[in-house]
Design a protein around this ligand. Sequence first.
Ligand code: TRP
Length: 333
Amino acid sequence: MSRKIILTGDRPTGPLHLGHYVGSLKARVELQDQHQQFVMIADAQALTDHADKPDMIRQNIFQVALDYLAVGIDPKKTTIFIQSLIPALFELTTYYLNLVTWNRLKHNPTVKQEIQQKGYGDNVPAGFMVYPISQAADITAFKANLVPVGDDQVPMIEQTTEVVRKFNRMYNCSVLVEPEAILSNMARLPGIDGKAKMSKSLGNSIFLSDTTDVVAKKVKSMYTDPGHIRIEDPGKVEGNPVFTYLDAFGKDKAKIEELKAHYQKGGLGDSVVKKYLLEVLQSFLEPIRDRRKEFEQDKGEVMRLLREGTEVARAAADATLTDVRAAMGINYF
Ligand code: TRP
């Protein structure tokens, strides 16, 4: 594949979990060697539904940066930056907002679902309502072709594509670049409670920063097949998060297939499978914990990396803004 530009990011509203890893962190680590990658800590987007908690966001910027560094996003290859420090993003957002209708914004399925979950009704903050357009600014400011994200973000990419086409058509130019989502081949990771999605707000997450004890407790409490009551009973593998996690994180595929067959036949206890899953997860998390500890001890260095990345990102976004203003003919002087 020829060298492309990647832009992706996360709202710093909490530590990142295994679902983030499967959905997009893993791809970022793999793709950073071949492509030019920007990873954004979306603090301004986090403010759209947490305007009253800037302190929480401030603390989580550092935690998310640690998560990135811990999983192996390498600041020598990837530009990690803070969204609110890139003024061009907000100017682009303003221009793009004129290219989208209110009706279209109301029908973004991810936003709709979030409004419902948060119980906003008509009292949804206006900034929250338009965050998909600010996300279009994030993506286009870097002329990104590739966006590795979880499936809940697909509507944002579609909305961005619409903005790109409309802008290029209206101003008769080819300044903006159409992005493409990269979806993980693994379906989204369920929560430890068996619910469809691992999510911090549902309280069903295993965080990358969880200690060995916490992970052990969480794995022990995991939902399995409720019909698997006695060890001799045949058990279900589909919809059983213990096996989904083994598929996602286990290396010994033959052993996992064996366990599945045994479980389905009956005679394999949940506790045995969970014990193996715990081993698998601890050995996945161990190097992540080690790297996290290293960086945690040097907050100054982490903040320096963020500042450097932010300067690089600012220059890239400014260049696009110059092109955008020229295309619109509002480059007055
Ligand atoms: N919406 C993303 C999230 O929920 C964060 C984000 C903001 C993002 N801007 C982006 C993701 C641009 C990909 C591309 O965490």
